[in-house]
Design a protein around this ligand. Structure first.
Ligand code: HEM
Length: 129
Protein backbone atom coordinates (compact mmCIF):
# COMPACT_ATOMS: atom_id res chain seq x y z
CA UNK A 1 0.00 0.00 0.00
CA UNK A 2 1.18 3.49 -0.82
CA UNK A 3 0.93 4.74 2.76
CA UNK A 4 2.88 1.83 4.24
CA UNK A 5 6.05 2.94 6.07
CA UNK A 6 9.24 2.06 4.20
CA UNK A 7 12.25 0.53 6.01
CA UNK A 8 13.81 4.00 5.59
CA UNK A 9 10.95 5.55 7.59
CA UNK A 10 10.93 2.77 10.17
CA UNK A 11 14.66 3.16 10.75
CA UNK A 12 14.20 6.89 11.41
CA UNK A 13 15.07 8.65 8.14
CA UNK A 14 18.36 10.14 6.96
CA UNK A 15 19.78 10.85 10.42
CA UNK A 16 19.38 7.23 11.46
CA UNK A 17 20.83 5.88 8.19
CA UNK A 18 23.85 8.16 8.58
CA UNK A 19 24.32 7.05 12.21
CA UNK A 20 24.22 3.38 11.14
CA UNK A 21 26.74 3.93 8.34
CA UNK A 22 29.04 5.94 10.64
CA UNK A 23 28.95 3.20 13.28
CA UNK A 24 29.60 0.55 10.59
CA UNK A 25 32.78 2.30 9.41
CA UNK A 26 33.86 3.25 12.97
CA UNK A 27 33.68 -0.45 13.88
CA UNK A 28 35.57 -1.39 10.73
CA UNK A 29 38.36 0.94 11.88
CA UNK A 30 38.29 -0.17 15.52
CA UNK A 31 37.67 -3.92 15.63
CA UNK A 32 40.57 -6.29 14.88
CA UNK A 33 37.98 -8.86 13.69
CA UNK A 34 37.22 -6.60 10.71
CA UNK A 35 40.82 -5.75 9.78
CA UNK A 36 40.68 -7.81 6.56
CA UNK A 37 37.60 -5.88 5.43
CA UNK A 38 39.22 -2.59 6.46
CA UNK A 39 42.35 -3.38 4.44
CA UNK A 40 40.32 -3.50 1.21
CA UNK A 41 39.16 0.09 1.76
CA UNK A 42 40.99 3.36 1.09
CA UNK A 43 43.15 4.96 3.82
CA UNK A 44 40.43 7.49 4.56
CA UNK A 45 36.85 6.27 4.83
CA UNK A 46 35.10 9.60 4.27
CA UNK A 47 34.17 8.82 0.65
CA UNK A 48 33.08 5.29 1.57
CA UNK A 49 30.82 6.67 4.31
CA UNK A 50 29.12 9.10 1.96
CA UNK A 51 28.61 6.51 -0.78
CA UNK A 52 27.14 3.83 1.49
CA UNK A 53 24.90 6.45 3.14
CA UNK A 54 23.61 7.70 -0.22
CA UNK A 55 23.14 4.15 -1.47
CA UNK A 56 21.32 2.85 1.62
CA UNK A 57 18.86 5.78 1.64
CA UNK A 58 17.53 4.61 -1.74
CA UNK A 59 17.93 0.88 -1.03
CA UNK A 60 15.74 1.29 2.07
CA UNK A 61 13.01 3.08 0.15
CA UNK A 62 14.05 6.69 0.84
CA UNK A 63 15.56 9.36 -1.44
CA UNK A 64 17.70 8.16 -4.38
CA UNK A 65 20.80 10.18 -3.50
CA UNK A 66 23.22 7.61 -4.93
CA UNK A 67 21.48 7.22 -8.31
CA UNK A 68 21.16 11.00 -8.64
CA UNK A 69 24.93 11.31 -8.32
CA UNK A 70 26.28 8.17 -9.99
CA UNK A 71 23.47 6.60 -12.03
CA UNK A 72 22.70 2.89 -11.81
CA UNK A 73 24.58 1.39 -8.82
CA UNK A 74 25.93 -1.69 -10.74
CA UNK A 75 27.01 -2.76 -7.29
CA UNK A 76 28.58 -6.09 -8.24
CA UNK A 77 30.60 -4.50 -11.06
CA UNK A 78 31.78 -1.73 -8.72
CA UNK A 79 33.06 -4.36 -6.29
CA UNK A 80 35.02 -6.36 -8.89
CA UNK A 81 38.31 -4.52 -8.17
CA UNK A 82 38.18 -5.95 -4.62
CA UNK A 83 38.75 -9.65 -3.92
CA UNK A 84 35.59 -10.68 -2.06
CA UNK A 85 35.12 -14.25 -0.85
CA UNK A 86 33.16 -15.76 2.03
CA UNK A 87 35.58 -14.33 4.60
CA UNK A 88 35.07 -10.76 3.39
CA UNK A 89 31.32 -11.29 3.06
CA UNK A 90 31.10 -12.63 6.61
CA UNK A 91 33.18 -9.76 8.02
CA UNK A 92 30.91 -7.24 6.24
CA UNK A 93 27.84 -8.94 7.71
CA UNK A 94 29.32 -9.17 11.22
CA UNK A 95 30.31 -5.50 11.10
CA UNK A 96 26.82 -4.47 9.94
CA UNK A 97 25.13 -6.74 12.50
CA UNK A 98 27.14 -5.12 15.31
CA UNK A 99 26.34 -1.63 13.97
CA UNK A 100 22.59 -2.44 13.84
CA UNK A 101 22.74 -3.67 17.43
CA UNK A 102 24.75 -0.74 18.75
CA UNK A 103 22.42 1.74 17.02
CA UNK A 104 19.50 0.09 18.83
CA UNK A 105 17.63 -0.68 15.62
CA UNK A 106 14.31 -2.39 16.39
CA UNK A 107 14.89 -6.16 16.53
CA UNK A 108 12.26 -7.05 13.92
CA UNK A 109 13.47 -4.40 11.49
CA UNK A 110 17.11 -5.40 12.08
CA UNK A 111 16.33 -9.04 11.32
CA UNK A 112 14.69 -8.12 8.01
CA UNK A 113 17.58 -5.83 7.07
CA UNK A 114 20.16 -8.50 7.92
CA UNK A 115 18.39 -10.98 5.65
CA UNK A 116 18.33 -8.47 2.79
CA UNK A 117 21.99 -7.46 3.38
CA UNK A 118 22.98 -11.13 3.42
CA UNK A 119 21.59 -11.62 -0.08
CA UNK A 120 23.40 -8.56 -1.43
CA UNK A 121 26.66 -9.38 0.35
CA UNK A 122 26.61 -12.96 -0.94
CA UNK A 123 25.99 -11.74 -4.49
CA UNK A 124 29.09 -9.51 -4.19
CA UNK A 125 31.44 -12.49 -3.90
CA UNK A 126 33.80 -12.64 -6.86
CA UNK A 127 36.32 -15.30 -5.86
CA UNK A 128 36.34 -18.65 -4.07
CA UNK A 129 37.25 -18.84 -0.38
C1 HEM B 1 30.43 -8.51 0.75
C2 HEM B 1 31.39 -7.80 1.31
C3 HEM B 1 31.71 -6.40 0.87
C4 HEM B 1 32.97 -5.89 0.76
C5 HEM B 1 34.27 -6.62 1.08
C6 HEM B 1 32.85 -4.53 0.28
C7 HEM B 1 33.91 -3.68 0.04
C8 HEM B 1 33.81 -2.45 -0.57
C9 HEM B 1 34.92 -1.62 -0.92
C10 HEM B 1 36.38 -1.95 -0.66
C11 HEM B 1 34.44 -0.50 -1.50
C12 HEM B 1 35.23 0.73 -2.03
C13 HEM B 1 35.14 1.83 -1.01
C14 HEM B 1 35.49 3.19 -1.58
O1 HEM B 1 35.63 3.35 -2.80
O2 HEM B 1 35.60 4.13 -0.76
C15 HEM B 1 33.00 -0.63 -1.53
C16 HEM B 1 32.15 0.29 -2.07
C17 HEM B 1 30.79 0.24 -1.95
N1 HEM B 1 30.06 -0.75 -1.32
FE1 HEM B 1 30.78 -2.48 -0.62
N2 HEM B 1 31.53 -4.23 0.12
C18 HEM B 1 30.79 -5.34 0.47
C19 HEM B 1 29.42 -5.43 0.51
C20 HEM B 1 28.56 -4.39 0.24
C21 HEM B 1 27.12 -4.44 0.42
C22 HEM B 1 26.36 -5.66 0.96
C23 HEM B 1 26.65 -3.23 0.05
C24 HEM B 1 25.26 -2.71 0.04
C25 HEM B 1 24.27 -3.19 0.77
C26 HEM B 1 27.77 -2.42 -0.37
C27 HEM B 1 27.69 -1.13 -0.85
C28 HEM B 1 28.73 -0.41 -1.36
C29 HEM B 1 28.61 0.86 -2.07
C30 HEM B 1 27.31 1.61 -2.34
C31 HEM B 1 29.89 1.26 -2.44
C32 HEM B 1 30.29 2.50 -3.24
C33 HEM B 1 30.40 2.07 -4.72
C34 HEM B 1 30.95 3.18 -5.61
O3 HEM B 1 30.21 4.12 -5.93
O4 HEM B 1 32.12 3.12 -5.97
N3 HEM B 1 28.90 -3.16 -0.24
N4 HEM B 1 32.65 -1.82 -0.95
Amino acid sequence: MADEATPFDRLGGEGAVRALVDRFYDLMDLEPAFSGLRALHPATLEGSRDKLFWYLCGWLGGPNHYIQRFGHPMLRARHLPYAIGSTERDQWMACMTQALRECNVDAGLAQGLRQAFQGTADWMRNRAG
